[in-house]
Design a protein around this ligand. Structure first.
Ligand code: G16
Length: 545
């Protein structure tokens, strides 16, 4: 077929380095940008096949999110704006690793297994972050799409959640919104303005927020959006990309893992600040108190704030809808206790990766999902949306119920229901704090985090670590879980787990305990166990104190 000739010919412009093997990880392929040209071309091909198979538009986002500037990566987006389904992650890995001469065979194998009608039209939306390699790599994606005769629309520089949003809008014929960046700003800002109208006398302090843009795409987009907010949110933007390096000493991942403020931000005592990550799908908040102490409000605190707000609204509206919070093993133990014991909400724990949390959240009327690293959003089921809409329109409902239903309705419009979105989350958090008349300090004291520590260990092959029980226990290598169990017993209120990262070439170690010193000692001792039992490379991990 002429189509396949074109694929072959163009693939010579995007050759695969012989022997290079890469996996579709937690959020797609991710490694040094120099190794990714063939991956991008092939993901263009795969997205075209996925589009033909689903008879819908598919998204391809070129980004390595929180990773350093020299890395890049690619995330595939399914028709409703969610992460691509796991079976196709397998195809992605298969296609990525086929040697140059086997590419057509690998492609035809997928076509056959999925019984794809090659005469079906295909549509692919492509977006990219601000990395210097992203322009070249997104062109390789577009080449892949055109080689298989697919149509493409290049959105250029967008945040990851914006591209997810576009895909969903396109495939729902505009019911979710208009598939343009303007449409995205319009929908979110309208909902934000409607919600903040409920708080007539917001002070300038309440309207002001300092944002660390991680020197990435989020900075550009939040600046673009600001005008749409009609002064209801006044943003001081730091790390806007004009001079600093992407994610370097800044951004949500840096702030969360290092538990300290980013460089380049001016923090006044008690003022709310937040950090986005490199593709603006994560957000964390923080402030410094009068003693100069740094306080972090991570994804767990965000999930608690949002779920408390929604639960109160449901009670006021008299709506019987089931709400749940989805977390991962990284969730601070205090947050889980608070949610289960005080708030009485259902809490689910899944493996790391928003795709897992998203699917678990879809099982409930309202699913609030957040990873501790600040990646998350709120999902409303069709039934929930209908009940809320009916109540908002019901002429017989009293004022309080109607007001709550209207607040819920605008909250639905403010939430990006396709994936975690730093901009949408920021607007929702600002709304909730305003409506509840809450300061960042009051939000922080809802519960007290157990001191915790995250470390990374370099090993020769991180795949030797296999886990179970939503990554809370290690199955292999032999002896590692027993070692962790006996180390945990040495400390009070302690917990620890290890897992191979799906975005960086490291093993991640998490620990929490009653004191910071204990959490640090435990993390160090568990790191040593990983180093010794899982093939550590380089120097042995050093104590933190
Ligand atoms: C991605 C995923 C997140 C995950 C993070 C770290 O985030 O979307 O769900 O928590 O990687 O994953 P890992 O620990 O496997 O490296 P992002 O913001 O980098 O795309």
């Amino acid at each position: 077929m002429a189509q396949f000739q074109d694929v072959s010919q163009k693939s010579t412009l995007h050759p695969k380095p012989t022997g290079l093997v890469l996996q579709y990880g937690t959020a797609g392929f991710r490694t040094n940008a120099k190794q990714l040209d063939h991956i991008m071309y092939r993901m263009g091909l795969l997205a075209t096949l996925r589009s033909k198979k689903t008879k819908a538009t598919i998204g391809v986002m070129v980004t390595a999110s929180h990773n350093p500037e020299e890395d890049n990566g690619v995330k595939l987006i399914d028709p409703m704006g969610e992460m691509v389904t796991p079976a196709w992650e397998g195809y992605a890995t298969q296609l990525a690793n086929a040697e140059q001469e086997d590419l057509l065979t690998a492609l035809k194998d997928i076509i056959e297994r999925e019984a794809i009608n090659m005469n079906q039209e295909a549509n692919v939306f492509v977006g990219k972050d601000t990395r210097s390699s992203s322009a070249r790599l997104s062109q390789a994606v577009l080449d892949g799409v055109s080689a298989l005769g697919g149509h493409s629309k290049d959105y250029g520089l967008v945040t990851t959640p914006q591209l997810h949003y576009m895909v969903c809008c396109q495939n729902t014929q505009g019911r979710y919104g208009e598939a343009t960046v303007e449409g995205y700003y319009h929908k979110l800002s309208q909902a934000f303005i409607q919600l903040t109208k409920n708080v007539p006398n917001r002070t300038d302090d309440q309207k002001h927020l300092s944002v660390d843009g991680a020197n990435g795409i989020g900075a550009l987009k939040v600046r673009e959006m600001e005008g749409h907010l009609k002064g209801e949110l006044q943003i001081s933007l730091f790390n806007d990309g004009t001079s600093g390096k992407l994610n370097h000493q800044c951004g949500a991942d840096h702030v969360k893992v290092q538990q300290k403020a980013p460089t380049g931000i001016e923090m006044n005592t008690g003022e709310r600040c937040c950090s986005f990550d490199g593709d603006a799908d994560r957000i964390v908040y923080y402030y410094s108190d009068s003693a100069g102490q740094f306080h972090l409000l991570d994804g767990d605190k965000i999930a608690t704030l949002i779920s408390t707000f929604l639960k109160e609204l449901l009670t006021q509206a008299g709506l019987d809808l089931k709400i749940a919070v989805v977390q991962t093993a990284y969730a601070n133990g205090s947050s889980t206790h608070y949610l289960e014991d005080t708030m009485k909400v259902i809490v689910i724990c899944t493996k790391t990766g928003v795709k897992h949390l998203h699917h678990a959240a879809q099982e409930f009327d309202i699913g609030v999902y957040f990873e501790a690293n600040g990646h998350g959003t709120v999902l409303f089921s069709k039934t929930a949306e209908q009940k809320i809409q009916q109540l908002a329109k019901d002429p017989n409902s009293n004022d309080e119920r109607k007001r709550s239903a209207l607040l819920l309705q605008n909250t639905i419009n403010l939430s990006n229901q396709t994936v975690g979105d730093a901009i949408s989350d920021m607007l929702l958090i600002e709304t909730i704090l305003a409506i509840k008349g809450m300061t960042v300090q009051q939000w922080d004291t809802i519960y007290t985090d157990l001191p915790n520590r995250q470390l990374k260990v370099k090993v020769s092959d991180r795949r030797v670590i296999d886990t179970t029980d939503a990554e809370r226990r290690v199955v292999s290598p032999a002896g590692l879980q027993e070692a962790i169990d006996s180390l945990v017993k040495k400390f009070r209120r302690a917990r620890s787990f290890v897992r191979p990262s799906g975005t960086e070439d490291v093993v991640r170690v998490y620990s929490e305990a009653e004191t910071q010193e204990s959490a640090d000692d435990l993390a160090h001792e568990v790191s040593l166990a990983v180093y010794r039992l899982a093939g550590g490379v380089g120097d042995e991990p050093k104590p933190l104190h």
